[in-house]
Ligand binder design. Structure first.
Ligand code: FES
Length: 152
């Protein structure tokens, strides 16, 4: 029996200057829709099909990850960019495709009244992001010379 060989197709998306920082677009490669994002010069490629119910990720808004180190305080992580699906709002990390539970999830927290000194005795009140159940498919994307190239 012959082993099956799989080949990646090298696809030129277009010149880099047609995809400046801040742009995102859908391209069709061999019948597959792919969403391409240029975030401050870093390129990302995801299948343009949301793993939830198929929404077009290429039409989603880009957001940064937000954490809440303590109640009443939040921090934006500029190193982590996510795309928010336009259909139901699931967010996917561009670099990994991992979904994260956003602010729409209902969570309950214990509530108490404490003095400031009591507060300092219990510093661990941070709210952490929770890994979601969906993972969007990512594709390798590079810049070769003056062109943006993906492997599918
Ligand atoms: S289809 Fe994308 S969040 Fe539902």
């Amino acid at each position: 029996m012959q082993p099956r060989l799989a080949f990646a197709m090298h696809f030129v998306v277009g010149p880099v200057e047609l995809l400046p920082p801040g742009t995102q677009r859908r391209v069709d490669v061999d019948g597959r829709a792919i969403a391409i994002f240029n975030v401050d010069g870093a390129f990302y490629a995801l299948r343009d099909i949301c793993p939830h119910q198929g929404g077009p990720l290429s039409s989603g808004h880009l957001v940064h990850a937000v954490t809440a180190p303590r109640p009443g305080c939040y921090a934006i992580d500029p190193e982590t960019t996510l795309v928010r699906c336009p259909w139901h709002g699931w967010e996917y990390e561009l670099a990994t495709g991992q979904s994260w539970v956003g602010a729409t999830r209902v969570r309950t927290f214990p509530v108490s009244v404490e003095t400031l000194s009591e507060r300092e005795d219990h510093p661990d009140t941070s709210v952490q992001r929770v890994r979601g159940p969906y993972i969007a498919e990512t594709l390798p994307i590079t810049v070769e010379g003056d062109y943006v190239v993906i492997d599918v």
